[in-house]
Design a protein around this ligand. Sequence first.
Ligand SMILES: [Zn+2]
Length: 590
Amino acid sequence: MQLMSKRKILITAALPYANGSIHLGHLVEYIQTDIWVRFQKMCLPKENGHEVYFVCADDAHGTPVMLRAEREETTPEELINQVHNEHLKDFTAFHIEFDNYYTTHSTETREYSENVYRKLQTADPSLITTKNIQQFYDPDKGIFLPDRFIKGECPKCNAKDQYGDNCEVCGAAYAPTDLIGPYSTISNASLVLKTSKHFFFRLSDERCINFLRHWTQKENHLQSEAANKMQEWLGKTGQNNLSDWDISRDEPYFGFEIPDAPGKYFYVWLDAPIGYMGSFKNLCTQKNINFNEFWKKGSTTELYHFIGKDILYFHALFWPAMLEYSDYRTPTKIFSHGFLTVNGEKMSKSKGTFITAENYISHGLDPEYLRYYYAAKLNGTMEDIDLNLDDFIARVNSDLVGKYVNIASRAAGFLVHHFDGHLANITSLDYEGPIELKELKSSVHKLHHELLNEIDPIQAHMQNRRYNQAIAIIMALTDKVNEFWDQQKPWEKAKQIKNSPTKLAMNHPIKFSLHLVSSITIECFKILTILLKPVLPVLAERAESFLNVDPLRWVDLKKSLEPGHQIQAYKHLITRIDRKKINAMIEASK
Ligand SMILES: [Zn+2]
């Protein structure tokens, strides 16, 4: 590997809301991010001075958490603790390896929220302003209601019980204030309009507009489709399509109170992204890392956010503008992805395709099946990806069991039986033997280099999150290795050895040939294992123990296993997906 300067990288995945379970849709993001983090860590080892951190947290604040805690007769703090534990258990089960998994309800996040707010407030002229707004108020509960808790009669078609933003019957879109007879879905009380003072971040200010026009279009901060979307939202130069952003909510609210504004709280979306800073700060305290080096304006470290396309607006507009005007650095890149469909449709509870992480695991399905399948589909764009359950079973069974681990099981038997597990020298070409062995050596050399030649393209695809293309190449390579094996027919050599009246010497062409074919096949298996390791970390660990090697790194791709190195006897590395387990999981999800 070429020498490179020491890199410091902070990677985040979006914060799951502390009001529900992790499901397979969420996992598209966490698996995608975890693969990228593991890939960076494998390529940029800590011992060489590189630092790569992956942080996340539960998004703990807001009205839904407050109301659920009340319904469950507990406190928001107890509720978010319980959900935090559940989330972390699910992530751990899917081998999502955070360096820190925290909560936004923390002293660190409070401190940075206040700090960001103060800096925006004291900007000259101030980027914080207040306005009186009218909002629906539930007089029974004594709270202002978010739109999702408001229903009423559609002003267009008079359908009853429609949500506050659009009618499911006629499709009309409107404001909650247009509803006829609006009522609270919590208490059923008729709602009243009440005036209240709210705090706003002045996103419509020229400074923000000009900054965002530049930031969203330059230096590939965003994927091109996201940059285009931002251009649409920002409008043409001279236009001003952005409104000021309402960052406050009235009490009672579960969140952080705004400094010097009793009864007013930061809207959950203000402190959610600041939760990235809070979680990282918490890690810095544990590991003695310099927080400012990663976050202060002018930082030369790298910051990457993985998010779903539904929260692009928050991450590509509000967030960089907040950071820019509060003396912090802005993200290096924002990677946005699409949603998950199952069998080509939106996840659905009635069809049993709204599958939680817990349900998947409790049916005995290996989390690495899903990691592999998602990787085989993710292409680095904002397109949705589909989990087709038939294809899922067929693909995992064919690729991982039929092709990849098959390579190890085929070669290990002969190596252990005839050579006590010791490998031949696959790189030495100085053997003086019959002409057919020269041909064998040249085909061994050719196979080895066919694999080595694909390392750079695979690395580039991984770096650009085109995992699907990396997997396609890796699987084409497993086909090549299996074809080589079939062409060489080593089982015929093994038979000849067995049937030989005398014990054959190690350098006898038949024995040598069996040794060489089995050894290069194991070397290829090692290479494929490294290439798949960011996707299949636990399977790779089992493979490492079979290969009898230390944890494999990217640099080990080009370092062949030593001649004479001894592998272990082959044990099952992964089992096939059983359709019955999938069917049971679907039934249980209904
Ligand atoms: Zn309607």
